[in-house]
Design a protein around this ligand. Sequence first.
Ligand code: HEC
Ligand code: HEC
Length: 248
Amino acid sequence: MTITQKSVLLAVCTFLGTWLVFLGTESLWAHAQQSQSTDEGARLYQRDCAACHGVVGDGAGKLAGTVASLVPRNFREEPFRFISTKNGVAFREDILRTIRRGIPEVGMPPALLCSPEEQEVLADYVIGLHQQGSPDEDAPGAQWKFPSPQGNRQTLEESQAVFTANCSVCHGPDGTAKNAPAFSDSLGRLVKPRDLTVGDFYGGATDLDLYWRIRCGIPGTVMPAFSKEQLTDVQVLGLIQYLRSLSE
Ligand code: HEC
Ligand code: HEC
């Protein structure tokens, strides 16, 4: 080997070596960051969530069931319910939205003690618990976008007819679900169709929230997802107005 060949070889080795060291440090650093945020997630979760959702995320915290309506989600085995996707699998943003809003109707407080960054860390931690318990779940599908349909809006009478045809079998002709049949959720627990006249919506009450509830259904329960073949956007927007009129 000539001197020039040797120095070229040395230069190549030094270059590769530097890259290997750089890549090594990079992945170690990423790993350290990840476990740091998992530790932080665990700390926040145990502080603010475990009393209801259970130390391991199985929904069996010490407050669970202390009142009948307090049936916290079992993150490990149940699907998330308040979603926006077309395939029934929650987006990270869906979970984050619930964490920020809370579910005041059942006593779940919004995570006000947490900064926005901590709320994100909590969302990732909850997703991690879910993935441990349900490793075969698909990735989230496309998101339903709020429509702006052309043409006429439905009258309230027309919307009531759509409700009677599609919803009253569970929610009752008047929306109170008074004589509703008994149903089970995906873990075999009783789940009642909601009384839609009180104006409480666990997954949020904006038009977009209600559009998602009707289009996506409520996974893990019998509340079905209504496709565009079953209900047009004009019909769904009319139904949202009709739901509002029920609680006025
Ligand atoms: C006082 C009890 C309580 C506390 C504390 C609580 N939750 Fe909940 N949470 C509930 C109940 C009850 C439900 C189920 C509501 C229902 O019936 O749909 C729920 C549901 C959820 C859901 C499921 C939403 C979906 O789309 O299915 C998420 C995510 C969630 N909680 C996150 C958290 C996080 C994160 C914390 C801590 C910052 C927390 N919760 C603290 C009671 C609680
Ligand atoms: C097969 C029975 C069934 C049918 C049909 C049905 N629902 Fe439901 N619905 C349910 C059940 C059960 C729940 C409560 C799920 C839960 O507790 O998480 C529910 C909950 C809801 C909620 C409350 C969501 C929230 O955030 O609290 C809304 C809104 C709703 N349904 C609207 C409708 C509309 C509109 C229709 C017709 C287009 C309809 N449902 C058809 C069973 C049904």
